[in-house]
Design a protein around this ligand. Structure first.
Ligand code: EPU
Length: 338
């Protein structure tokens, strides 16, 4: 284990902003964490766990210790005629893991193809796309508590999954390093084609004749047509969450904006499309220096080259203000801002 000093994080986040971390170490096993703990390194605050860096915006240098998750490996714990239970290292690349499972015919995560990031980060914000969230295939996870040096298992209910949320974004934020995640995947997959563009892609086909590989390919095609590839244009996916509002608020807004997309939620509330709200405020394709709003998806803020974290945040704040003024809705960031 080598601890780097004043380590440049630019290549390690998908926003590609040039900041440095005071100290940085790549973690490849639980033993590495135990060693750091025994040496007292984890009690020198602050400490932060970094996965694929695909959901984070650094607005300043990080005066602390970054633990980058590079724990690899996949182990099938149980296999029956219908399903497999597989335990995966937190440092595995999420899209490659999905591809491999899809190739083998293990279903449940095909709608989550091409989401950037690492396996260990997937449960933290309960990644989701095209009608599926990772909680649906989640079995449990192993985590290392930074303060006590103890390992602990969290089952599904203990993770308190919600829309782009879990206990690791709320009460337990920053306290654990997720080392492994265990998933339950199906050998007899039930496809979810409820998302309109997927429904359209498979219109006229019987659901029994569609392979998960085809669903994965369709998802990849939809993502590529709307979302920028972070390898080519720096971004962190949706910058804001879709806001959940009351039925009364929906009625008010729908009266003035009959075309507004609305997704009813259990309990009478409804989710609105933040991208639509932002586009209505005129932000789509707008640019301020090297920070801009993506031209095909207004929910995504992009770095055209040398934008600083502060410039990206300033743009996000301006967008928030516009949406608040025009619609009376406060957008909440989905990206972690440091
Ligand atoms: N829309 C606009 N203008 C825009 C963007 C969207 O009018 O610039 C409208 C669309 O036409 C559509 C609605 O808003 O009617 C929803 O758009 P879309 O289907 O693209 O999905 P989204 O709500 O913007 C969410 C997730 C994405 C995920 C897609 C597909 C959040 C915050 N975002 O986006 O997740 O890929 O649904 O399931 O929930 C991410 O989390 O980083 C992410 C990309």
């Amino acid at each position: 284990m080598f601890i780097y000093q004043d380590f440049c994080l630019k290549p390690f986040t998908t926003f590609g902003v040039a900041v440095e971390a005071n100290r940085y170490v790549a973690i490849t096993s639980v033993k590495d964490l135990q060693e750091l703990y025994a040496e007292g390194e984890l009690s020198k605050k602050p400490v932060m766990v970094l996965g694929g860096g695909s959901n984070i915006l650094f607005t300043q240098h990080y005066e602390g210790f970054i633990l980058a998750c590079q724990i690899l490996g996949k182990e099938i714990l149980k296999e029956t005629e219908d399903e497999i239970i597989i335990r995966v290292g937190g440092g595995e690349h999420w899209p490659s893991f999905v591809d491999e499972m899809v190739e083998k015919g293990y279903g449940g995560i095909e709608n989550l193809s091409l989401i950037p990031g690492k396996v260990g980060a997937a449960p933290i914000q309960n990644i989701g796309a095209y009608g599926v969230e990772v909680k649906e295939v989640f079995e449990n996870l192993d985590a290392f508590e930074l303060k006590t040096g103890k390992t602990r298992k969290f089952n599904k209910s203990e993770c308190e999954f919600g829309y782009r949320s879990s206990i690791f974004k709320t009460t337990e934020k920053g306290k654990f390093f997720i080392t492994h995640v265990t998933f339950r995947l199906s050998k007899k997959p039930k496809l979810n084609l409820s998302y309109a563009p997927l429904k359209e892609a498979f219109a006229g086909r019987s659901v029994d004749d569609i392979f998960i590989k085809e669903v994965s390919e369709a998802v990849i095609q939809i993502r590529n047509s709307k979302l920028p590839d972070p390898e080519k244009l720096k971004n962190a996916g949706s910058f804001f969450k879709n806001p959940v509002v009351s039925e009364k608020k929906v009625d008010e807004l729908k009266y003035l904006n009959p075309d507004m997309p609305v997704y009813p939620q259990p309990g009478g509330q409804a989710k609105l499309a933040a991208g639509w709200l932002i586009e209505q405020c005129g932000w789509k394709g707008k640019r301020k220096g090297d920070a801009g709003v993506h031209e095909k998806q207004a929910l995504v803020i992009v770095n055209y080259g040398n934008a600083t974290g502060k410039e990206i945040l300033a743009l996000a704040n301006d967008i928030q203000k516009s949406v608040q003024q025009q619609f009376g809705i406060k957008l909440e960031p989905e990206v972690n801002i440091i």
